[in-house]
Design a protein around this ligand. Structure first.
Ligand code: 13P
Length: 257
């Protein structure tokens, strides 16, 4: 983490909660965070049908709200899809894009992800580009190649200002939901590689502004280690973000290092 980049910690609730659970979690977070907060920028990403309720509960709190995906098309006849324009009406801050679960279970390609990023920028949502290698790719020594391909395809053609605003999240697939978080040094190596790609694309100044998060079995015990690394600027948290006390401990990582 550098002093020029404000740390960012995002909770990804995935498809885990019912409406009342999302509302309850949002209320608990709002109460817990209001009294103690002087920490990183933060947001939570509920499922589409819960976005409005959660956003209304968190109104006036420091906790922002993001979507977990969006459709790249402009409004029109696309049954079942939710586009960036519809999300922007909810006054969200972020959209997670290209999460490995979208790539794995819904067949999203690098090209789809690139289009979604442009759609998010079209309406002023901050895209959070997720990328990362599978265990097989890691064991085959192709982590770097996979990361360069995924990030390269997503950022191609973006202007420096967009690249400075974009958030990236390195989520090695083998670390997601497994309890096997990446070694800090290994994650740092990937983050440095990605910052190098940003620098090539947009120059040093822009690349120094872009936040690159780590995700994969982050909890209150290991978050401080990641945030201490030079090019790790925050965390994308899955399972641990469903427990309000644990998520708030993660936000207070400086007190726990
Ligand atoms: P876990 O924190 O449950 O490993 O999930 C990480 C993730 O996929 C966040 O987007």
């Amino acid at each position: 983490m550098s002093t020029v980049r404000r740390p960012l910690i995002i909770g990804n609730w995935k498809m885990n909660l019912g409406l009342n659970q999302s509302i309850g979690l949002a209320k608990e977070l709002k109460n817990l965070v209001a009294s103690i907060y002087a920490g990183p920028e933060t947001a939570v990403c509920p499922s589409f049908p819960h976005l409005l309720a959660v956003r209304q509960i968190l109104e006036g709190s420091v906790i922002g709200v993001g979507a977990q995906d969006l459709a790249p098309q402009k409004p029109g006849a696309y049954t079942g899809a939710v586009c960036a324009e519809q999300l922007s009406e909810l006054e969200l801050r972020f959209a997670l894009l290209g999460h490995s679960e979208r790539r794995q279970f819904f067949g999203e390609t690098d090209m789809d992800v690139a289009e979604k990023i442009r759609a998010a920028f079209r309406v002023g949502l901050v895209p959070v580009l997720c990328f990362g290698e599978t265990l097989e790719q890691r064991e085959a020594g192709s982590t770097e190649e996979v990361v360069v391909r995924q990030v390269g395809a997503a950022i191609e053609g973006l202007e420096s200002q967009a690249l400075a605003t974009l958030v990236l999240a390195y989520e090695p697939i083998w670390a997601i939901g497994t309890g096997h978080s990446a070694e800090v040094a290994d994650a740092q190596d990937v983050h440095r590689l990605v910052r190098g790609l940003l620098q090539e694309a947009a120059g040093e100044e822009s690349a120094q502004t872009t936040r690159i998060l780590y995700g994969g079995s982050v909890n209150s015990s290991n978050v401080g280690g990641y945030l201490a690394a030079e090019d790790i600027d925050g965390a994308l948290v899955g399972g641990a973000s469903l427990d309000p006390d644990e998520f708030v401990k993660i936000l207070c990582y400086q007190d726990h290092t």
